[in-house]
Design a protein around this ligand. Structure first.
Ligand SMILES: *Cc1c(COP(=O)(O)O)cnc(C)c1O
Length: 399
């Protein structure tokens, strides 16, 4: 992980009038203003005492963890959430001093790094808890931790009926300081509310046992984006906002009550343009043949950049406010689109030239292609697509 990745290409610009990245004519554009807008909308949606943890795991869902962390902290978030020790260290190396919660329990071997970088681990295995306590105590400074309680996701966490016993065993430890107790919902984005309510009840049950034992649970948190949008009773002391700060909705039912702006666009420039004679095939396997009267434009972006090969011959891109059909099999690093050369009164020809900008995700003129649209076509969710587009493409931040 290199926090300077988007800087050393000289591609970070302060406004929309940027030159395309000089190294490759394909890039992800991240609108910082959209992220600010989304956090402000959540701020208004939540009670005044509810803190916001910005989840920047998986390189900020592909949006750039360091940059998104900075924007989030400057716009009201007070805690950051990551998935791994390395993701936490990346934030520290970028000079970010805000509290960082690792949303999962790291391996015991990583404890020295956790302490060195003042990251706050989630805890749910007794071996880990005791090892954390021993190491922290040896260094003379207790380690804060959050207890993760499993209330029905059945992924990780201390079972809700064991939370009291678990804490009873480790609460004496001089090296451990309980800073928070949390759970995670499996179905907060679902129309059906039964499982959600059952998880809340189980969480409440665990919290009352903990309090009854005289233990202060610290910061209590449960809500992801969906629950933060839909269920006030799940807000507690803090909400963990991931997908929402990037302007994406976890599901259809979450779209009603909050207006979010997507921060990510995916763009490319035409890197080659040619007429393909009628009947000639294009790309691997010749899954498309020229109908004649077309130009084929090549874009330097492919499945290695997150543009799924499943979309071959099924997707459109936007250029000059018009839709152009993608044609032929999507390659690892390149993709072709068809530019119809016929023209009529109703459908004037789109004039495309080498170097013209094409939008794969995002707005162009009055038209828009979203990660949700692409998710429906590929059988996955906007979360996964955003992560994938962030893996290889350069990033350009705009305000
Ligand atoms: C990823 C994650 C979140 C954020 O979920 P969103 O649906 O993106 O808001 C919150 N909590 C935990 C534990 C997570 O792993």
């Amino acid at each position: 992980m290199d926090p300077q990745r988007s800087l050393d290409g000289g591609v970070v610009q302060q406004n929309r009038e940027y030159a395309a990245p000089e190294r490759r004519w394909a890039w992800v554009e991240i609108d910082r203003e959209a992220i600010r807008h989304n956090l402000k909308r959540f701020r208004r949606h939540l009670g005044p005492d509810v803190r916001m943890l910005a989840v920047v795991k998986a390189d900020g869902y592909g949006h750039g963890a360091v940059e998104c962390a900075r924007v989030s902290l400057a716009t009201g978030a007070s805690v950051l959430g990551v998935a791994s020790v390395d993701e936490g260290i990346e934030l520290r190396h970028a000079g970010i001093a805000a509290p960082v919660l690792i949303l999962a329990e790291p391996p015991i071997e990583a404890i020295p790094l956790v302490l060195q970088h003042q990251l706050v681990p989630s805890v749910y295995n007794m071996e880990f808890a005791l090892a954390l306590g021993e190491t922290a105590d040896a260094q003379g400074r207790p380690s804060p931790y959050h207890l993760k309680v499993d209330t029905g996701m059945n992924r990780v966490g201390v079972h809700y009926s064991d939370a009291g016993d678990f804490l009873r065993t480790i609460d004496f430890h001089r090296g451990l300081e309980l800073q928070g107790v949390f759970t995670h919902f499996a179905t907060a984005d679902d129309i059906d509310t039964y499982e959600f309510k059952r998880q809340i009840e189980r969480f409440e049950q665990a919290l009352s046992v903990i309090r009854y034992m005289g233990i202060d649970p610290g910061t209590v948190h449960a809500a992801n984006t969906s629950a933060a949008i839909r269920y006030r009773q799940s807000h507690y002391d803090m909400v963990r906002l991931g997908i929402g700060i990037y302007g994406l909705y976890p599901s259809e039912v979450t779209k009603q009550s909050i207006e979010l702006h997507p921060a990510m666009s995916v763009r490319a420039r035409v890197s080659f343009l040619k007429a393909v004679p009628v009947g000639e095939g294009v790309s691997y396997s010749h899954s498309y043949r020229s109908p004649g009267n077309v130009l084929v434009a090549t874009l330097p972006i492919g499945y290695g950049d997150g543009l799924s090969r499943v979309l071959s011959n099924r997707m459109d891109v936007l250029a000059k406010g018009r839709r152009l059909p993608q044609v032929g099999n999507i390659c690892m690093d390149m993709t072709m689109v068809e530019v119809d050369q016929r023209s009529s009164a109703l459908h004037p020809r789109t004039d495309i030239a080498l170097g013209d900008e094409v939008t794969i995700i995002g707005r162009s003129g009055n038209d828009l292609i979203t990660l949700d649209d692409m998710g429906k076509m590929t059988g996955t969710i906007n979360y996964e697509l955003a992560c994938r587009f962030g893996l290889r493409l350069d990033r350009v931040f705009v305000d």
